[in-house]
Design a protein around this ligand. Structure first.
Ligand SMILES: *Cc1c(COP(=O)(O)O)cnc(C)c1O
Length: 394
């Protein structure tokens, strides 16, 4: 008999009843150190007092009014995102995939507006993940996600991530935009090679294309900068944000330069829930924390500490883990034994939550405000679990 919750996920048999900072407490009394953060989403940990207060106070005032009216909380968040990014204008939605659908519409409409309606194709990368709508399944590089869901949505093609020759070769006069994740998450925690993002900027400018970044996972402070592309010293034309943006409250955003958004006008895109006062209060509260003096530099420091300790774990257990991947607090352990075994052992024996990724990589996505003691606790757990796996395999 089908469960009342449609079985689209293979779920782990744990239910949580409470969270506090980087810890989650299960209904069976167990405590876990959460290096999964609801898949890079609980960016400031669980039950952060400032976020909780903002949501409660806003809920008691007004939750939802629709975009038929001005929404002051939305204007405030848009102003702040504009002030702290390349963007001049922002559209709010409710998830990552919606932000990418919106980004694609903005890019195509730009060319339509400029008298080039045939420019519709989006060049994407291998190992990319952009979400699960019918449209974004075509942008995502995973055939298994598409199987059985009907004709593939046209207008997306793929080249090898990091390969500039392939990117140039794929460009013809039907291309609207290039879409990449500055750091791939689901695809195996792959950071863009040195110089890649800057070269994409040059290619986009040379051919009159728009550059779209998917920072749904790597953005909002996870890289140690507010936006991951800042590390490359350049900027896209359009960017999708979500996951960490609401700190656990569902909210997504399409950020765009004035030029890139020049084709958009009233009536061309919309969302009933998008940017409602409650979601905006949550995201504004998260931004208060991230933009506070010293917060992002501390993310850089703590991620360097974690990375250094993980490199040492790799050296100590060369039969279990091969390398540390990623940027900031979007880190991956490339495993030699099945990464699922390491994940299970960490959870069941060490009380540490992690997330899988493609290519046999285990993702570590702690809240951005973890402290040194949490790093020590996690590394000790990983070290012990690796030692156990090595012993069992011997
Ligand atoms: C999670 C994710 C998405 C999809 O976000 P949803 O909120 O699940 O729709 C898109 N792109 C990237 C890079 C992601 O990590």
């Amino acid at each position: 008999m089908v469960p009342s919750v449609m079985p689209t996920y293979g779920r782990i048999d744990i239910a949580f009843e409470r969270g506090e900072g980087p810890y989650l407490f299960a209904t069976d009394g167990r405590r876990f150190l959460d290096f999964a953060s609801g898949i890079a989403t609980n960016s400031i940990g669980h039950a952060h007092p400032h976020l909780v207060r903002a949501i409660c106070e806003q809920a008691a005032r007004v939750m939802h009014v629709s975009n038929l009216y001005r929404i002051p909380e939305q204007e405030k968040l848009a102003d702040r995102l504009v002030a702290s990014s390349f963007a001049d204008t922002v559209f709010f939605c409710n998830s990552g995939v919606e932000a990418l659908e919106g980004a694609t519409k903005v890019a195509r409409r730009y060319h339509f507006h400029n008298g080039e309606p045939n420019r519709t194709r989006i060049i994407c990368c291998t190992h990319s993940f952009h979400g699960r709508t019918l449209g974004m399944l075509s942008a995502t590089d995973k055939e298994a996600y598409r199987e059985g869901f009907g004709p593939r949505v046209q207008g997306f093609s793929h080249v090898a991530f990091g390969n500039l020759n392939e990117m140039r070769a794929a460009i013809s006069d039907d291309v609207a935009a290039i879409l990449v994740e500055p750091v791939q998450g689901e695809g195996g925690v792959n950071s863009a090679p040195e110089g890649y993002l800057r070269a994409l900027r040059e290619i986009a400018d040379e051919f009159g294309l728009l550059l779209i970044f998917d920072e749904v996972q790597c953005g909002m402070g996870r890289s140690g900068k507010l936006w991951a592309h800042e590390l490359a010293g350049m900027a896209p034309d359009i960017m999708a944000s979500a996951k960490g943006l609401g700190g656990g409250f569902p909210v997504g955003a399409v950020l765009a330069s004035e030029k890139a958004a020049s084709g958009m006008k009233p009536g061309l895109h919309g969302s009933t829930f998008g940017g409602n006062p409650l979601a905006m209060a949550a995201a504004n509260a998260v931004l208060d924390v991230l933009l506070a003096d010293g917060f992002l530099p501390q993310v850089e420091r703590i991620s360097a500490l974690l990375r250094g300790k993980l490199e040492a774990v790799v050296k100590r257990h060369p039969t279990v883990v091969e390398e540390v991947r990623g940027t900031g607090l979007l880190l991956g352990l490339k495993c030699l034994l099945p990464s699922g075994d390491l994940q299970t052992r960490l959870r069941e024996e060490q009380g540490l939550l992690t997330v899988g990724a493609a290519e046999n990589v285990l993702r570590l996505l702690p809240p951005l405000n973890i402290e040194e003691a949490h790093v020590q606790e996690a590394v000790k757990a990983i070290d012990t679990a690796c030692a156990g796996l090595a012993r069992d395999a011997a």
